[in-house]
Design a protein around this ligand. Sequence first.
Ligand code: B12
Ligand code: SF4
Length: 559
Amino acid sequence: MHGPISDVVPSTPIFEMYPIGFTSLSEYLERKGLQVRIINVAMKMIKYPKFDVEDLIRKLYPRAFGFDLHWMPHVQGSLALAEITKGLHPEIPVLFGGLSSTYYHEELIRNYPFIDYVIRGDSTEEPMAQLLWALRRNELPKDIPNITWREKGELRVNPLSYVPETMNHITIDYGHIMKKVVKYRDMTGYIPFTNWLEYPVTAVFTCRGCSYNCRTCGGSAYGFSHYANRKKPAYRDPELLAEDIFRVCDHLNAPVMVIGDIYQAGEDYGERLLKNLKKKRLSNHIAFEFFKPPSRDQIAMIAECVENFNFEISPESHDEKVRHAFGRYYNNDDLEQMIADALELGCKRFDIFFMTGLPYQTYQSVLDTVEYTHDLLERFGKTRRLYPFISPLAPFLDPGSEVFENPEKFGYRFFYRTVEEHRRAMLSPSWQYILNYETDWMNRSEIVYSTYEAGLRLNRLKKAFGLIPPKIADETDKRIREAVKMMHKIDKLVAEDRQGSGQGSLEELRDKMASLNISTVCFKKELEWPTRFIRMNFLKILKTILLPTKPNIRPEERR
Ligand code: B12
Ligand code: SF4
């Protein structure tokens, strides 16, 4: 019973989305003369329940197999798939990468003999190219940066010294992906999440790394500097970023999410990006996320340069003490001023995200957050452009975050710390037992039930303010209540099992659980920004597939 762990991201609770870096890796490696195929195995398993994973892998003979262990929730699947692969092709090297792999590199090589190499860091394109060429030449990767490997049974940890200062040598090129879909005649293998074809939202990246320090975030300045050797974010030039957006909008009539606050690198960065965007009147919705509320002038600049703009911000809690303890230092006045300015200046949609499982946050505080969203909707709800969400910090609190490293300091206790403990946790019957932490203010059960209670109340508010159709709201209401009942049933079975009186009937609940796992505390489609009826520019896509294209990188990088 996965619960609402993926309610506010596009994936199902299987987290079928692959890291966007697969795209830049693929383009970069091909530029360096290597052939790459991406296969989203989770997606295939979801789409075709009888899909034969072993059969797929048995027929592949690459130079190496790469698996992401970027997000910790992939831990069970990534390891299982890697083990199956090694069993079928003992002679082909198995590579791991991603932020979680970087954090756990030594444990992965030590404890899982089916993993041969871990490529560490947030920018693996170049070390990966060097490793693959070395494998081709049958050489050991002794001098290749960022690699953790095994030599005659001994752990080898090469320095994590390849940490590029910008993101101008790589590109997230959706055109490249379109060509590959045709080359391998494999649409499902490349699709990032289940309903992407109906809602082809895309993302462009301002940077890798972050200059903020949210306490539970494994991608914070603290996390990146401690385990990924990144001392400051690597930004993408705003001119290249604008071109990334143009290229997406040329092909897709769907929203584009700009990942990373455009003002994080300073006022000038945001202005340069916006001035470039102004050169073309884009009709796509462009979504901007903010790490702190922007000023009215900054919002006005966005309004001047982008026709359809949407905003996202995550204050996490209505309670400033909780928010500050989490590492976000703005107050409610700043937040409300931002909402007022944004809606007045034409923001098409404003998403605001709250979370459960935070420092100083009690059960009551979670419910008070919903009360606060009520106040916000009273004030701004008539526009029907303000959408509040609440979801849990789940299934895992990030390894490598400040809280993970110093739990007592922040009032947290962890149940699982190693890879193996996390992997086993993923096999637990419900997300309550998967959660890797509890706090001084809420135990796991309180985190779980406060989330459902808050979801229920927020859903009713959204119905009252006309943000979701009544029928959908009623269905969500019913689903939340059924989910709570199911959670209690599971608790009972687990308790019986511990006392040795269990009837082993968890299996019987499986089908029912599956129907409660999607859109648990909110309706998934609520997250969707407007998309045009015809979502793709087929002529343009055809042209891109057939003709050679130049990568969107700095000219000096085109070597
Ligand atoms: C953007 C983002 C997202 C986007 C993802 C877009 C995408 N498809 O990648 C969205 C919003 C969808 C998202 C969702 C989630 N996210 Co997120 N996300 C981020 C964020 C803000 C930036 C990621 C980033 O910079 N990537 C750039 C680089 C680092 O990664 P990349 O280019 O994709 O991949 C490179 C390397 O990682 C590596 N690599 C990755 N895989 C592999 C595999 C191989 C073989 C090799 C060689 C290399 C390699 O090479 C790539 C190229 O150099 C980070 C926070 C941060 N500041 O980093 C959190 C972060 C990565 N997310 C996190 C989490 C927890 C999640 C969710 C699980 C949350 C949830 N419960 O819903 C989901 C999982 C979604 C899924 N899989 O379905 C945590 C991960 C902690 C951990 N160790 O597990 C982070 C660190 C912080 C956070 N809490 O948000 N996320
Ligand atoms: S959660 Fe905070 S630290 Fe993590 S990426 Fe977002 S702003 Fe940066």
